[in-house]
Design a protein around this ligand. Structure first.
Ligand SMILES: Cc1cc2nc3c(=O)[nH]c(=O)nc-3n(C[C@H](O)[C@H](O)[C@H](O)COP(=O)(O)O)c2cc1C
Length: 186
């Protein structure tokens, strides 16, 4: 049931190196391609990276920026990162057997909104396949896109490392229904 999948899905940041048939990811892309999009432009692009050299280069470029970001970050975001043990190190970019880079075609109207809907579909499909992931939003999107020769009109939205979890972990608390909805008026 969809509700069960949504309830069990959670972010994983440490992965086993154990691989699996790429068909599992392709099935998830089949789900994502059914997402709705502005004037049905389907402005998303899924790039599966399995080449260790490419993964290493993507990690190197991300960490260069993350190091700087972590030096500058303050306030609520800093506290969140400390609590979650999130550092500038992005081991998951090499540890996970696959990275799925998701791009939006900026020439299409509502390209970002549409692509993120597809990301949501994709995340639930991964859960159904028994795979874990993390919605990583790298700061230097253009520099990373260059590693895989993405055309300039493709904006890198997120990189999802996909694999099996190396750690346990708990589902994060969700707001109660009455906190997020109402009828007729706020
Ligand atoms: C748009 C978006 C951007 C995110 N960016 C990052 C990120 O850059 N790094 C990271 O470690 N987690 C990132 N996350 C993961 C969130 O922190 C995580 O989804 C949230 O804490 C809820 O936890 P859950 O996914 O386990 O339910 C992102 C999630 C979303 C939806």
């Amino acid at each position: 049931m969809l509700l069960d999948l949504a309830k069990s899905r959670r972010t994983v940041r440490k992965f086993k190196s154990e691989s699996f048939p790429v068909d599992k990811i392709i099935r998830c892309i089949e789900v994502a391609r059914e997402a709705p999009s502005g004037i049905n432009k389907q402005p998303w692009y899924f790039l599966i990276v399995k080449d260790p050299e490419k993964k290493r280069e993507i990690r190197r470029r991300c960490e260069k920026f993350e190091r700087d970001l972590h030096r500058r970050v303050r306030g609520e975001l800093k506290e969140w990162m400390e609590r979650e043990n999130i550092t500038w190190r992005k081991d998951f970019l090499e540890e996970a057997p696959y990275l799925v880079m998701i791009f939006s075609d900026i020439r299409a109207p509502y390209s970002r909104e549409s692509t993120w809907l597809a990301v949501g579909y994709f995340l639930l499909a991964l859960e159904e396949e028994g795979l874990s992931s993390l919605t990583y939003t790298p700061p230097p999107a253009r520099e990373i896109a260059e590693v895989v020769n993405a055309p300039r009109y493709y904006r890198l939205e997120t990189i999802l490392p996909v694999g099996y979890p190396k750690e346990g972990g708990r589902k994060k608390r969700r707001k109660e229904l009455q906190e997020i909805m109402d009828f007729d008026s706020f």
